[in-house]
Design a binder for this molecule. Structure first.
Ligand SMILES: Cc1cc2nc3c(=O)[nH]c(=O)nc-3n(C[C@H](O)[C@H](O)[C@H](O)COP(=O)(O)OP(=O)(O)OC[C@H]3O[C@@H](n4cnc5c(N)ncnc54)[C@H](O)[C@@H]3O)c2cc1C
Length: 428
């Protein structure tokens, strides 16, 4: 192999960074990301991160998550996430993440669709940036953590029993091998495969194809969440999210005649379906969202990023409703993992959006994904530390097939889309 690290982590979103920070400083860790470190969906999260609000909230939080997931969730995974939420949030605050507080210093909780009570911590409407930037700053300070930007994982290196590293390429496109005691796939969702998505376009689920080629089980590739409200625009590129917490705080949806047509706080899949039905009935490409019921002060204090973005697009949220349309947003399926984020292949882990541990079932409850990413990234780090996987006896692969990367990624894309379609049909 050209290089060796104790652990290689693919992806520098919340899952990858938190996994790295939970590994001991004696381990050498390589983190890599396709683009700049800030170009991850974790940076885009607006609404917030869930937390169990006292013991009396346990059953309610469990039920909200299961109901949103159509009861297809793995109860043990949900239990683990909920029970871990307080210690994870305490740890984030300890690391310097700032959440909105009341004047007396107590935490302020907001609410989103599908939640029966407010239990979401937030930082204005840029919660993901606040959390992920704090983790990134800490990673950059640690000598044992090497972060490589503009570096793409091209494939896994495996033998008959285990994973032994990855093939990667930097900005010059020249492939090289990196051996590792453990590989953690923290490479996010699949939004880049869709024309209309809130995700970064370079996040294309490549690891799914790499896993499938080796017979590593993947699950529910057709469980794709459509977010009900993104700002309608004819411009190409990433769709801008109008956070669900705007509706949680009182924003209303109107049809073409300015009349409400549905319950704004139902789970995302049901609300997206209701909006699509209304658009079809009205013959429009969007419906209207009105933030004015929140009042000027709340809009300005809680949603400054949304206000500014809408203003740049020519809409004044203080004076008029804005056009919104559903778009692809989140991936509930992924590489199948157990409660320690282990895939079926020894020494290969997956956490965050690329993994499927069963927390979300068929539909994710709002603001559960950052929490889920962090909880199961920590579980991966624990297992790497305490596990005793079999040795890797393979050798470095021939790099010739990796010199041309466009056809490689085109093939990955096709394999993922085909498998998605196959799974979708099997559910019909
Ligand atoms: C607009 C928006 C708003 C959201 N709001 C919320 C919210 O309020 N609350 C909430 O809980 N969740 C929210 N989510 C979802 C949440 O942000 C993500 O599910 C979560 O951050 C996923 O984290 P991750 O670390 O798994 O992946 P990401 O943060 O997406 O990171 C993926 C990383 O993998 C890298 N990568 C991918 N493929 C490769 C490859 N082949 N080689 C090298 N690197 C690769 C990428 O460059 C990136 O660094 C939101 C998502 C979006 C898009």
């Amino acid at each position: 192999m050209d290089e060796f690290f104790d652990v290689v982590i693919v992806g520098t979103g919340a899952a990858g960074l938190y996994c790295a920070l939970n590994l001991p400083e004696r381990m050498t860790v390589l983190l890599l990301t396709k683009r700049k470190a800030e170009d991850s969906d974790s940076f885009l999260a607006q609404g917030g991160i869930c937390m169990q609000c006292g013991e009396s909230d346990y059953e309610l939080y469990m039920e909200d998550t299961l109901r949103a997931g159509h009861y297809e969730n793995d109860r043990r995974a949900v239990d683990l996430m909920i029970r871990s939420s307080n210690s994870i949030l305490r740890d984030l605050i300890h690391r310097g993440v700032r959440f909105a507080c009341h004047e007396d210093g107590s935490l302020d909780f907001t609410r989103e669709g599908g939640h029966s009570r407010p239990r979401i911590l937030y930082h204005k409407d840029v919660t993901g940036r606040e959390i992920t930037q704090t983790l990134l700053d800490e990673v950059l300070k640690r000598d044992n953590l090497i972060l490589r930007e503009e570096t793409t994982m091209l494939d896994l290196i495996t033998d008959d029993t285990a994973c032994g590293g990855i093939v990667a390429a930097g900005p010059d496109g020249v492939p090289y091998t990196v051996g590792a005691g453990a590989v953690v796939l923290a490479c996010g969702g699949i939004g880049g495969l869709f024309k209309n998505s809130t995700n970064f376009p370079h996040i294309t689920g490549d690891a799914l194809a790499m896993a499938m080629r080796r017979g590593i089980p993947v699950k529910h590739l057709d469980y794709i969440q459509i977010h009900p409200t993104t700002l309608y625009s004819k411009k190409p590129g990433r769709k801008f999210l109008i956070s669900e917490s705007a509706r949680g705080e009182g924003a209303l949806l109107y049809d073409r005649n300015g009349r409400r047509f549905t319950d704004e706080l139902q789970p995302r899949d049901l609300l997206s379906a209701a909006i699509h039905a209304q658009m079809e009935k009205d013959g429009t490409d969007f419906v209207w969202e009105d933030l004015r019921p929140l009042g000027r002060e709340t809009i300005r204090a809680h949603f400054p990023n949304i206000c500014d973005y809408c203003k740049d697009e020519g809409y004044d949220v203080f004076r008029e409703p804005i056009p919104v349309v559903p778009a692809q947003h989140y991936f509930m399926g992924g590489i199948q993992v157990d409660l320690s984020s282990r895939t079926a292949m020894p020494r290969l882990y997956a956490c965050g959006e690329i993994s499927c541990n069963g927390v979300h079932g068929r539909n994710r409850l709002a603001s559960n994904s950052l929490l889920e990413s962090l909880v199961f990234a920590q579980r991966a780090a624990d297992d790497i530390l305490f596990g005793s996987p079999p040795a890797f006896r393979g050798t470095a692969p021939d790099l010739a097939p990796y010199r041309e990367q466009e056809p490689l990624f085109a093939a990955y894309r096709e394999e993922i889309l085909n498998e998605m379609e196959r799974m979708r049909k099997s559910h019909e």
